[in-house]
Design a protein around this ligand. Sequence first.
Ligand code: RIB
Length: 307
Amino acid sequence: MTSPIYIIGSSNTDMVVKSGRLPAPGETILGGTFFMNAGGKGANQAVAAARLGGNVSLIANLGDDLFGRQAHTQFHKEGINTDFITFDTAHPSGVALITVDAQGENCIAVAPGANGNLTPDLLRTFFNFIASPAIVLVQLEIPITTVEFIIEQCSALSIPIIVNPAPANKILDDVWKHVFVITPNETEAELLTGIRIVDDDSARKAAQAFHQKGIKNVVITLGKRGAYWSDNMSDGFVAAPSVSVVDTTAAGDCFSGALAVALAEKKSLAQAVKFASVSASISVTRMGAQASLPSRKEVDTILHLNP
Ligand code: RIB
């Protein structure tokens, strides 16, 4: 049986300029194209998981404004359960300003708005409702004290939690031992372990540092090189399919959402990482955050050709 997936996190509207290169501090560059897209790490992960066939609920705090209502309508269209979404009359919806260069690399500044007001108090009804079997997925675009509360609640309820530590931030050392899977990229892994990932050996060392904190499973995304996984007894590297990159925005979100779907379907960690790598590799071939996220059919087609 597939477990329901509960994704707790942010929702933003992304204002994106695609340009030849990223501007330097103090510099204005001309010539880019503008897009306005649905984004936010939590919402992106929820949409990714829903498109890949997950039974998904999003728990988020939206501004009581046009952007918030547009996002809410879109979640319904994606088949996401919105019963635990709240509307905040005191804070606007989150907005992200994104520049994407010709190689698909980005730089992002986020005004969190209502996301920054997703407090433990707003989650109490949800934690009275949720029961095993379930999987929770959370990122760090909401207050860190809320993330720590979520991890502790999941531990008390014996619900496995996946933590995508993005954007990079520190969490209280005490709570790591309750984390079922962590999904950092190389930068986030370095911030949290102090180990710079430059090759296979340093990826293994960073994973061991996470295991020493008590985290059961570690999946480090390595950009176009793919991903490394370790469950502390076995480990492996999964190569990413070679693709033509247009925009890397939300690739990490796609990866974590897909990983949650695969684990909810009881796939092994190695199989789940492969499923997530293929999903993320499709997302980077298209512009935008939620706009770029693949369907299950697209992912299954590639997996069928490259088992
Ligand atoms: O991970 C990509 C996301 O980061 C964007 O959609 C933007 O909203 C920021 O949250």
